[in-house]
Write a protein that binds this ligand. Sequence first.
Ligand SMILES: Cc1ncc(COP(=O)(O)O)c(C=O)c1O
Length: 378
Amino acid sequence: MSGNEWVYIKDCLDTNWVSYAGPYVDRFERELAAKAGSAHAVAVSSGTAALHMALILAGVGADDEVIMPGLTFVAPANAVRYCGAWPVFTDIRADDWQWDVGLVAEFLDAGCGMRDGRLVNKATGRRIAALLSVHLLGGMGDVEAVAELAARYELPLIEDAAECLGATYKGRPVGAPIPNDKGPLRLVITSFNGNKIITTGGGGAILTEDSATAVRARHLTTTAKADQIEFEHDEVGYNYRMTNIAAALGVAQLEHLEGYVERKRNIAARYAGVFCGTGITVHPEPAHCASTFWMYTVQTTGRARPVIDRLNDRGIQARPIWRPLHRLTPYSGCFVATGMDVADDLCERCVSLPCSVQISAGEQEAVGAHLLENVSSA
Ligand SMILES: Cc1ncc(COP(=O)(O)O)c(C=O)c1O
């Protein structure tokens, strides 16, 4: 909080515009769309709500399946289940730690087929309803390769850019249209949770090129109220809209976005220097992508857990990365379409390091020294 946050929030309180309507919601949507490179942004109460809404807009329904990476934060899988649909998990890549699109292509080709005019998973008989590409740890996966698959199989594509607002792919920001994209629908979501690159306390957004989709998203996220005065609701709606206070915070935070991304990239470069030649694998930057390095992560040669425990004992807030989703109780019965060796290996050996925009060079060097000391004694 280092800019106009107080001023804009005070303005909400002074004017009594504190809830779902108010000038900051519109302004945040306009300014976010401009920064994210999309025609429209619809601001909602969380990234998870944005995912749920995007899946609804994509027509995902009960007993459908959605193909997604098997290593990520749990929210995208939860959103699939909120629709009554089932996630299908595939592995990620060892080199850039992003979704392995080649494996998705193999599964669509060999594991799926057309039945009664619908693309179905041959093993479960369920309809494949969408692709849900999650960009991981501040980097971006192969956006064009996923879009090309979505177009080939006529599947809606949802991109979860919760962790990478401010990153670019081939110089284009996360919400920018893909040149010559022939897919039926592409929606990009992001999150403004407190741990993200900019925050609204809690919040998220759906980014789209299509004005009708944006209008429908605003309608559905405000309880599908069809009349200003009468309590006329024409669909099952959701109370998912972002508040004016949250949006005011968002407008102030957006003013820092480029500065924060620059600081995160400097932090990543400094850590890379500290670990150079030590045997630690540093956080990779995917091809074609300028990453935000949102959650700076390294891969050790042995098990991460003892190293994390020892760093925590020293007051250094190191963290493991996510557990592969099929290993979580609510997802243990889900269809796993590929091996999960890379996901398992990263889970076993990765450590996320302190990387807040406020961290100093000296603090980073101390973190690096403690990590190296503990890796060699683990
Ligand atoms: C990849 C990913 N998707 C979705 C979310 C959910 O966003 P929110 O916490 O705003 O609901 C998060 C993290 O919070 C995330 O890391």
